[in-house]
Write a protein that binds this ligand. Structure first.
Ligand SMILES: NC(=O)c1ccc[n+]([C@@H]2O[C@H](COP(=O)([O-])OP(=O)(O)OC[C@H]3O[C@@H](n4cnc5c(N)ncnc54)[C@H](O)[C@@H]3O)[C@@H](O)[C@H]2O)c1
Length: 268
């Protein structure tokens, strides 16, 4: 594997102050990409940039509320003004919401979750695609962080599921638009990944998530970041319009009960 093709590429990562976005920003910077980190929290975002720079990376922070279309437009402008071009965007900022049946949502929850999880992805793609064209990137890429909820519905997550199915659909449609112009568009679909999106859920509940997963553990944010690096590289130019799970087989199918004929073959 040769990731030298990503060196010098300019990329925006939204929701980069923590969790999956932070891991992606760090892995990109470690591999020589110029990273524009966006998030609402100035302190957290600037701290990640500081640590990236201390390790020799090149990054800037642009405080951005991705629920606001104008702020995303500004983010893309800032990236182009600072680095002179744009090669890619990772629209990762998102919120979870739910854990209860559809009728228990508040009416205003719809706009709240759609503004960030869905509209921000659309606006990010729109302005980033324009900038990728206008600044003459060779090998542009768009990555949207969806979810396994973009592939299969989650009980108690009606609105979240709707936003993430929308992201997968937009990703595929945009891939068709841009495939002739060598701009790839893909979705990363994390399964249960250890980040603060779970809030203050007790450890015992986290263990239940791990047990629910065929791989018997939760994912680590950096496991999504490695896929994001591959999708930014020239090695993945023929992969576009894909929604790729990083989920320990959680979305692969239903876990029927099985009985091994020869369990002794297992060494762990
Ligand atoms: N962690 C999981 O298990 C999991 C599973 C599937 C999908 N995802 C998706 O991965 C993405 C990242 O989630 P995470 O788990 O790292 O969550 P997280 O809560 O740890 O991080 C979310 C990031 O988004 C930022 N953010 C939130 N609202 C924002 C806004 N309005 N404007 C700008 N930035 C904002 C936060 O500051 C933070 O940097 C989300 O889109 C989420 O839906 C996560």
């Amino acid at each position: 594997m040769d990731f030298t093709s990503v060196q010098g590429k300019v990329v925006i990562v939204t929701g980069a102050s923590r969790g999956i976005g932070e891991a992606i920003a760090r892995v990109y910077a470690e591999n020589g990409m110029k990273v524009v980190l966006a998030a609402r929290s100035k302190d957290q975002g600037e701290n990640v940039v500081k640590e990236i720079k201390e390790k020799g990376g090149d990054a800037i922070f642009v405080q951005t509320d991705c629920s606001d279309a104008d702020q995303i437009k500004n983010l893309v402008n800032e990236a182009v003004n600072h680095y002179g071009k744009l090669d890619g965007i990772v629209s990762n900022a998102g919120i979870g919401m739910g854990g209860f049946p559809l009728h228990e949502y508040e009416d205003e929850d719809y706009d709240k979750i759609f503004d960030l999880n869905s509209k921000a992805v659309y606006i990010g793609m729109k302005y980033a695609a324009k900038a990728i064209f206008e600044t003459g990137s060779k090998g542009g890429f768009i990555i949207n962080v969806a979810s396994i909820a973009g592939i299969m519905a989650q009980r108690g997550q009606a609105l979240y599921t709707a936003t993430k199915h929308g992201v997968v659909g937009m990703t595929k449609a945009a891939a068709l638009d841009y495939a002739p112009y060598n701009i790839t568009v893909n979705a990363i679909c994390p399964g249960y990944t250890k980040t603060s999106i779970f809030g203050d859920i007790p450890e015992v509940a986290m263990e239940m998530f791990a047990k629910d997963c065929p791989a018997q553990r939760m994912g680590n944010p950096v496991e999504c970041a490695y896929l994001a690096l591959f999708l930014a590289s020239d090695m993945s130019r023929y992969i576009t319009g894909a929604a790729i799970p990083v989920d320990g087989a959680l979305s692969a199918g239903h876990q029927n009960v099985t009985q091994w004929k020869h369990p002794e073959i297992r060494n762990n």
